[in-house]
Design a protein around this ligand. Structure first.
Ligand code: C2E
Ligand code: CA
Ligand code: CA
Length: 280
């Protein structure tokens, strides 16, 4: 503000109008996101997760996109934070859950049972809802999908907001037969005690560590220690963001179980995933 004032009235006026334009753009996009849910403009893409040793696809992660009528395909970083602050994340998250479960049922009915499990991302806001287990149960019933084919990903930071409550809610979900993974592992602050108490099945090592695994010995050590720790706790590990063969070789050597990243495949439309064959 001082800077703008120092430059005279014109630049000050410019500053405020830019600010309100940003706010207007945001409001417009937020309104449009509301409509997007009604108009069926959201779409799920699916990214394969691969077993590092066998090369087989073990699961897919559903990632939401917005097919915007003017701006084209928008990525979640553009609209998920807005959905979170406006509360729209609740209906959006429910749509993601229902759509992914329905899609799995369609694939299985068509004999595509090698697509064994779908993982969906839960935002902290969804995870805080006491009604979450009941919602998941009702969507599984409605889509007639066995709970074993559904995985819920919750970020380390969301789980650590209220660890005691997380333990309870995760236990309820796990007792329903749902697979649970701790996403972006290494970026939050989870204590080893909680790691042991959370009834999770999988740790997903954040892609920032995997990216530097060959060049930064700290990143390599963190990946190796996380894998070691996970195995000692009886958990699976998925390394995220594997982009090249060198990273894969490194991960194989440190006995990483599963991996996900552009090296294997980018997130695919449901039709493209049906034809996905790993070619390494
Ligand atoms: P995430 O859960 O960590 O998902 C992985 C992100 O990494 C995806 O970005 C994916 O496309 C990207 N990725 C996959 N392989 C590679 C790779 O080899 N290199 C690099 N650099 N990136 C890779 P995307 O689809 O843009 O999603 C971003 C984030 O948005 C997700 O991060 C997740 O936090 C959030 N998100 C996506 N879909 C949903 C959803 O349905 N609900 C909620 N609550 N959040 C979602
Ligand atoms: Ca995720
Ligand atoms: Ca992640």
């Amino acid at each position: 503000m001082y800077h703008a004032k120092a430059q005279g009235c014109n630049s000050y006026c410019q500053f405020t109008s830019d600010l309100s334009r940003d706010a207007m753009d945001r409001l417009l996009l937020e309104n449009q996101l509301h409509q997007a849910l009604v108009r069926d403009e959201l779409v799920l893409f699916y990214q394969p997760q691969i077993n590092v040793q066998s090369g087989r696809m073990i699961a897919v992660e559903a990632l939401v996109r917005w097919n915007h009528p003017e701006h084209g395909l928008l990525f979640p970083d553009v609209f998920i934070p807005m959905a979170e602050s406006s509360g729209l994340i609740l209906p959006l998250g429910e749509w993601v859950l229902r759509t992914a479960c329905r899609q799995m049922q369609v694939w299985h009915a068509a004999g595509l049972t090698h697509i064994n499990r779908v993982a969906i991302n839960l935002s902290a806001r969804q995870f805080e809802q006491l009604t979450l287990p009941a919602l998941v149960a009702s969507v599984l019933k409605e889509t007639q999908l066995d709970a074993a084919h559904l995985e819920l990903e919750i970020t380390e930071s969301a789980a650590m907001k209220n660890p005691q409550r997380s333990i309870e809610i995760l236990n309820t979900l796990r007792n329903m037969g749902i697979t649970l993974s701790l996403d972006d592992f290494g970026t939050g602050h989870s204590s080893l005690t909680y790691l042991k108490l959370f009834p999770i099945t999988t740790l997903k090592i954040d892609k920032s560590f995997v990216r530097d695994i060959e060049t930064d010995h700290h990143a390599a050590e963190i990946c190796a220690s996380a894998i070691d720790l996970a195995h000692k706790l009886g958990l699976n590990v998925v390394a995220e963001g594997v982009e090249n063969a060198g990273q894969l070789l490194f991960l194989r050597n440190i006995k990483c179980g599963d991996a996900q990243g552009y090296l294997f495949s980018r997130p695919l439309s449901s039709a493209d995933l049906e034809n996905f064959k790993l070619a390494l």
